[in-house]
Ligand binder design. Structure first.
Ligand SMILES: [Zn+2]
Length: 290
């Protein structure tokens, strides 16, 4: 073998190795100067399986992305009132919000559904993650059984116990290869994963609550809120550990007057205006932390 060929091979080896790993979709720990570095080649499979929705708005990928999730759909009507069904009312609100955000510009928007189709609950948060959303808003409306007099919107965030459980489960599930909030978990052991995910989840919870409070602040005097406005619960749709998320219960479908107001163009417009303002303030704060 000539010297030149030997030298050539010597240089080609790392390139070939990385190419082979890329082809296999593998992660390797590289020991350099006694520290462990990790090369991760992202795997596109999860996104391919999900069938991600289109993103509307500016083509500039540095623009923030809001994912709007209209609850229920298809064979699942959600709450049923005398004249209205939850799945239809919330889709109307979701579309009004999307249109408002796109009209004002500067924000990218995706909807988990834009028609009367069913999206599996677990997939809704996954869609937000796969798209790299900055904010996830799930829109619902409630029913109050016998008590048709109950009215007003409330905003749910993921409860603390639910969020630590979710963090633990997520760490377990994503143990092989994944990135949460820019932290590569693939080279770390399970207990470290759990801590990293927990930290990420805590930050996400704080941001979710901050956004929920902004909705209340901006909606005061415009929207009708339930006496217990801010709540937390173990909601599957809010379980993404790295996407701030709220579930907005727009009001009560079981209350005839409220259902009609929520389904009207004026009601949709009021909601969209308040929500769009809260979103912009929230995103501005995130990009310029105090
Ligand atoms: Zn619902």
């Amino acid at each position: 073998m000539s010297d030149r060929l030997q030298i050539g091979l010597l240089f080609a080896f790392p390139v070939l190795l990385i190419a082979a790993l890329f082809a296999l979709g593998q992660t390797i720990p590289v020991p350099v100067l006694g520290r462990s570095y990790v090369i991760t080649i992202p795997l596109p499979e999860a996104e391919a399986q999900l069938g991600l929705p289109e993103i509307a708005g500016p083509a500039d990928l540095t623009r923030p992305l809001v994912v709007i999730d209209a609850g229920h759909g298809g064979p699942d009507p959600g709450a049923i009132g005398e004249d209205y069904r939850e799945k239809t009312v919330v889709l109307g609100l979701a579309r009004a919000l999307r249109d408002r955000l796109l009209e004002e510009g500067g924000i990218r928007v995706a909807m988990t559904r834009d028609d009367d189709s069913l999206v599996i609950l677990e997939e809704r948060a996954e869609i937000a993650r796969a798209l790299g959303a900055d904010l996830f808003i799930s829109i619902h409306a409630d029913s109050a059984g016998e008590d048709g007099g109950v009215t007003g919107a409330s905003i749910y965030t993921l409860s603390e116990t639910a969020s630590s459980e979710a963090a633990a489960r997520f760490a377990q599930r994503e143990n092989d290869a994944d990135v949460v909030n820019g932290v590569d978990l693939s080279g770390t052991d399970e207990s470290v994963n759990a801590i990293l995910v927990e930290l990420s989840q805590r930050r996400t919870s704080e941001r979710s609550l901050e956004f929920a409070r902004l909705i209340v602040r901006e909606g005061e005097g415009v929207l009708r809120f339930h006496p217990q406005t801010l709540r937390s619960a173990a909601l599957a749709v809010l379980r993404a550990p790295d996407v701030p998320a709220v579930l907005y219960e727009a009001g009560f479908i079981s209350n005839r007057e409220e259902a009609r107001a929520l389904a009207s163009p004026e009601g949709q417009e009021r909601f969209a205006e308040v929500m769009a303002r809260a979103i912009r303030i929230y995103l501005a704060r995130q990009s310029n932390p105090q």
